[in-house]
Design a binder for this molecule. Sequence first.
Ligand code: PEP
Ligand code: MG
Length: 592
Amino acid sequence: MASQANESIFHGIPASPGIAIGSALVLARNEFSLEQKKIQSTEVDNEIARFREALGKTRIQIQELQLKIQKILSEKDAKIFDAHLLILEDKTLMDEIEDTVKKDKLNIDYVFSKTIERYIVAISSIEDKYFRERASDIKDVAERVLKNLHGREDVFLDHLPGERVIIAHDLTPSDTAGLDRENVLAFATESGSRTSHTAIMARSMQIPAVVGTRNILTLIKSGDLIIIDGHAGNIIVNPTQETLATYAEKETREQKFYEEMLKENNLRPETLDGFRVQLAANMDKAEEISNAKLYGAAGVGLFRTEYLLINSTGIPSEEEQFSVYSSLASALEGQPVIIRTFDVGGDKLSDVITPHHEANPFLGCRAVRLFREHEEIIANQIRAILRASAFGKVKMMFPMITTAEEIDEFQKIIQKVKEELTLGKIAFDERIEVGIMIEIPSAAIQADHLARKVDFFSIGSNDLVQYAMAVDRTNEKVAYLYQPANPAILKLIKNVVIAARRHKIWVSICGEMAGDPRYTPILLGMGIHELSMTPASIGPVRRLVRSLKMHDAQKLVEKSLSANSAKEVIQMSEELISRVAPDIINLAGTGD
Ligand code: PEP
Ligand code: MG
């Protein structure tokens, strides 16, 4: 932290570019003191009174929220909260909690959360959509009651009272997906890193963000004037007039730069010596298609369908999925869309599929692994994707592939679903391309074998770096080791590209590396066919591609593969970029 008069500057990891200036809203750390504490007999009545008061307050808050939703949305949407109110009226549950406090002489917070936890586990184990939804309702209500027990003000991130800069310990990807885009100017968090899904979501929503900034929660107060610089990763608190003027000017300059870039949308992403690369869009929500078009994407290189599950009260039916996928395919008017099957787990938790707790969620039941016991969920999704393929150029992709057998299993399911569709005379593209993500080292190493089984590869560098370097992609403490440019990672990527080219299949990269201009010359020089990224990154990458010569890019790859460190690789790449496109270098983040 640096400080001048009242101005303080904190440095974090730049997660989403852009500059925002506004008033801070500091969110309480999402952690409750749930320690078990013994209480005296004389304290029992007080604990129970506190509990009843919290229940009453929660009831009023839910009723107020219901009225608000009824006004903004509809009566039907507001009715969802009836289930929440019913939980508060559940006499058996509430009596059990109060009796335990009286009998065991334990603090109410602990007894309440333990009892609720037991209920949730019991309900979640019932294989029925209705009960899974109830578990998620109970969890929601319990969080509200706990907040009220702790006397915390409730903040609805999806309905903020006016424009604010959010300061939080952490935001989950689902918090971020639900952010009130009108009123959230930017956010800064204490935890997280550049490739956490929260950061990825911020980039696709074009919300400036800085993550991994230690201790800001205790040093920033709600109402402080804040500047968030999402390029440099700076958070400036109570800036001087001079700083404010500098940043206001920077903001204007930046907007102009991006506006100018929009004029280049129709230019071909081709090097000076005529090598072409496809620039596609990554999308988390179907509504982002307007952005993909605005920035001139050549289709969608990654549609993350898991956001249909996150913040949802149930698994969307085949019809609901079909409606999303087919609208997307039609809206793209012949441009391709790669629909990736649900990649839930890791930092993307969904109450409807992943209710249980795992010690190492990134190494656990994530993505395709979740469906070994729920083949019907994946078969339904495959069916919806296949049906949508009759409406445009749809491709299907499986994430987190570890072994060749997994591919064989999916191909069998696809075959079975295709036969059912044919029997039912339901249209689909019989030659639909099926691909896999290469994001686990075992898949990258045996790419040559896997390439025989699929139509394309898409390199998920976000996870490939995480698994190859053994660094949790969301943990700011080890972010210094999260090195996409490490020669070890470059060798893995190169191996995948060689295998794809040898077997004449097409290879793309859809991890965050693809949209960071510092890696563009290297990825281009390796021979990757497509770079798929957050739509707003397409402009700078296109301009850079058009300023490069393939020969220089290939030379850089050669030197990078035998470099000593990621730092050395980035230095060499930045030297090349500053020679051919100096205005692009200022845009690149410095977080990796
Ligand atoms: C990746 O791992 O690079 C990727 C694109 O997938 P996700 O970020 O959704 O894990
Ligand atoms: Mg991934």
